[in-house]
Design a protein around this ligand. Structure first.
Ligand code: MP5
Length: 204
């Protein structure tokens, strides 16, 4: 892990642990999440991912060099099958993605994320790392706790906790470099953790 990524995480250690062990995450792992809560997550997270792809495209346009753009382009490519997974599951459950009005918490998170692009690459790349590392760690908790073969959520678990995603998140961390994070990066990264927690709070 890059020194900057490590330092950002160390600065948020307590909140990070609470987020990756959120009741929503634990209930998903233990197979006791009410179906209605999963439905709500699916609708809300679909909105999040649609906006996230646009955010990621924005980070790509800000990136300073080709190696960084290669990493970010890989992330954008992976979102096509991911959005396919969301659409298929929404349809299977008879949920209307176009008719869903996102919650205030979801809109706050996506608005913050999009607005971070105006702060430039340094801040936006720290936001990006936080968003992806949050899901890697949360869904790794699900994977570790759940008896994987039996989980109803296997495809979602795999999406965010299998080795290719972990490698991608490491690569995003490496883009932050080995220097000390700036104050603006720390502030933005801390906000990601708060928004992640609120996102799940609204679902359970
Ligand atoms: C992610 C997500 C990960 N889908 N939803 C939230 C609330 N936080 C992080 O982003 P992605 O694009 O699904 O990897």
């Amino acid at each position: 892990m890059s020194a900057a990524a490590e330092s950002l995480l160390a600065g948020e250690a307590d909140r990070w642990r609470a987020m990756t062990e959120h009741p929503f995450v634990l209930a998903t792992a233990d197979g006791i999440l009410p179906e209605a809560a999963f439905d709500r997550w699916l609708l809300e997270d679909h909105v999040f991912v649609v906006e996230f792809r646009r955010f990621l495209a924005g980070v790509l346009t800000l990136a300073p060099d080709e190696p960084s753009r290669d990493v970010l382009a890989g992330g954008i490519t992976a979102l096509t099958p991911e959005l396919g997974l969301f659409r298929a599951e929404l349809e299977r459950r008879g949920l209307d993605r176009d008719g869903h009005t996102p919650s205030a918490g979801c809109l706050a998170y996506t608005s913050f994320m999009m607005a971070s692009l105006h702060d430039g690459y340094e801040v936006a790349s720290a936001v990006l790392y936080g968003v992806e590392k949050a899901y890697l760690d949360a869904w790794t908790t699900v994977r570790t706790r759940a008896r994987e073969a039996g989980s109803r959520y296997r495809e979602f678990i795999d999406n965010w906790s299998a080795p290719p995603f972990a490698t991608y998140v490491d690569d995003l961390g490496a883009l932050l470099g080995d220097g000390e994070p700036s104050a603006a990066q720390r502030l933005a990264f801390g906000r990601v953790v708060v928004f992640e927690q609120r996102f799940w709070d609204a679902l359970v």
